[in-house]
Every structure is written in structure tokens, then in C-alpha cells.
Design a protein around this ligand. Structure first.
Ligand code: ADE
Length: 273
């Protein structure tokens, strides 16, 4: 997969040399190009922003540097025969970034990221490239960052680990919390490793039992417990058909009740320990 990132802070993308993404680059699974937007400015001050039409606070990123830069890097990728590009524009006004979107992006050959600073990029840039390629405007959460670079790091890491051969164990993302098509979108429960006793804290006996069925059941109960505590909305959204008899017993202990509509709802605060 090819990734291009256009930014006024190329050094912010240094983490792309580290860890999972860095290794995927070294192995040739990811071809990453980081570009300094100011190279496509032609005035003495390397201006990339201007005041907003209609007034108001802040500055807006100008069309010309983005247009000239994107034209050049797109021509380069087309010449190299990379495949169909998609533009990924991080913005707090975008659609929420989810595991499902990470999977969709991981299936594309070429992603071009345009992290903005200031109040964002002149709308016409997205409108122009949308005539030629899919444009994903994506938010990584309901908070406002100073710029989109951190969002690029987040999206890149979520996408890169889904690429074939990037994670050691090909099975490892099948059970991810939020994996699309998962039996139910539940959060993963707690995990433990050696030693068996640490500062007076033991580990649940079932994990030492060697009984795979009981361990799977325990993990599922813990997932239901954690999801109830941290993301009850995920359970409310589930079609009740994904819950088996044992799930239902646990859900009942946690305060959930089945509704005629085929969902679960919770009328009282759960017994959460
Ligand atoms: N830029 C600023 N805030 C952002 C957010 N929450 N998601 C994506 N890009 C952003």
C-alpha cells in the first residue's frame, strides 16, 4: 500500500518510522511519502493560509498549495502505476473513524492524507478532488485537535495492522473489539500473564484450569461486563439474536432485559463487579 501525507509539520509524522508501521515500511509492505506543503508556496513567507471569506476567527488553508502539491504527487503515483487513490481528510467534522472504516481503507492500494491546521482547508480543494477519487472526511473522536497530523498517525496505525503479513499472527485481528462481523461488538475483557501472583493479586482460577470451553465462557462474560460498564450503547445496538443462553444469563445479572423489539435495555444501574 502507498501512503502520501501532505503537512506543514513533516516532523510530526516521524512516528511512522517506528514500531509496526516502521517495520511494515522496512519490509516494503507500506510505501510512505511525507511531503512539506510549503514546498508548493511561491511567496517569500511560504504562505499556506488566509482569512476566511465571510469573516470570523482563525485562518483557512489556501487552495493553490494543496492543489499544486496534490496534482504533483498524484501524477507521480499514477506514473508508478500504484492504483486508484483515495483522499483522506482528517477533520472534526468528518464521519467517525471506526474499525469498519479502517478495514475499508486497508483494502485500497493508495491513501493520500491531507491533515490541516487552522480552521481547515478551503472547501473547493475537497470538491475538486472528489470529482476524480473517493474523498473520506474522517474524525477520530468528539474533540478538537490543533491539527490533523495526530489523526493521520491513528488512522495509519489502525489500517497498517490490517494489511496482509503486517501482524505476526494472521488470526489476531479477527477477535479485535469492534471487528466488523464479530458475533457482537463487545469490548475485550482483561488479560493476564506470568507471574501467577503479583503484589498479592492473583489471576482468575479458570485461566489455569486448562478447560477451553470454560475459559471461552469466562472471557465472554468479562467482555459483557466490561462493555456494560464502558460502552452500554454497544449492547443496546446489538440484535439480541447474537446472544446465546449463557450470554442472556450474564446480561440479566448485569441488569439487562430483553425487549420485544429484539434488543436489550437496562432499566437499573448494573451490578458491575
Ligand atoms: N483535526 C482536529 N480535530 C480532529 C479530529 N477530532 N479528528 C480528525 N481530525 C481532526
Amino acid at each position: 500500500m502507498r501512503l502520501d501525507v501532505v503537512t506543514i509539520f513533516p516532523e510530526y509524522l516521524e512516528p511512522l518510522n517506528v514500531s509496526l508501521v516502521g517495520k511494515a515500511r522496512a519490509r516494503g509492505q507500506l510505501d510512505v511519502h511525507v511531503h512539506d506543503l510549503r514546498q508548493w508556496t511561491y511567496d517569500r513567507h511560504n504562505t499556506v493560509d488566509d482569512t476566511p471569506y465571510g469573516g470570523g476567527p482563525g485562518m483557512v488553508m489556501k487552495t493553490e498549495p494543496w492543489g499544486d502539491c496534490l496534482d504533483e504527487l498524484l501524477a507521480d503515483g499514477y506514473e508508478a502505476g500504484v492504483g486508484a487513490p483515495a483522499l483522506v481528510v482528517p477533520t472534526p467534522s468528518g464521519r467517525p473513524f471506526t474499525q469498519e472504516l479502517a478495514v475499508e481503507l486497508s483494502e485500497r492500494p493508495w491513501l493520500v492524507f491531507t491533515p490541516a491546521r487552522y480552521e481547515g482547508i478551503d472547501r473547493r480543494v475537497m470538491d475538486e478532488y472528489a470529482t476524480r477519487m473517493p474523498v473520506y472526511e474522517v474524525s477520530i473522536g468528539d474533540y478538537v485537535l490543533a491539527g490533523g497530523e495526530a489523526a493521520v498517525l491513528v488512522i495509519t496505525e489502525a489500517v497498517a495492522r490490517l494489511l496482509p503479513g503486517v501482524l505476526g499472527n494472521a488470526e489476531s485481528h479477527r477477535d479485535d473489539s469492534f471487528a466488523p462481523g464479530a458475533m457482537a461488538n463487545l469490548l475485550e475483557g482483561p488479560v493476564y500473564t506470568k507471574p501467577p501472583e503479583w503484589r498479592g493479586h492473583g489471576i482468575p482460577d479458570v485461566l489455569l484450569s486448562g478447560h477451553h470451553g470454560k475459559i471461552a465462557r469466562w472471557r465472554r462474560d468479562e467482555a459483557l461486563r466490561r462493555t456494560t460498564a464502558n460502552r452500554p450503547d454497544l449492547i443496546e445496538r446489538c440484535d439480541a439474536a447474537v446472544f446465546d443462553k449463557k450470554d442472556r444469563e450474564m446480561l440479566s445479572i448485569l441488569g439487562w432485559e430483553p425487549e420485544p423489539g429484539g434488543r436489550f435495555w437496562r432499566k437499573r444501574e448494573a451490578v458491575e463487579e
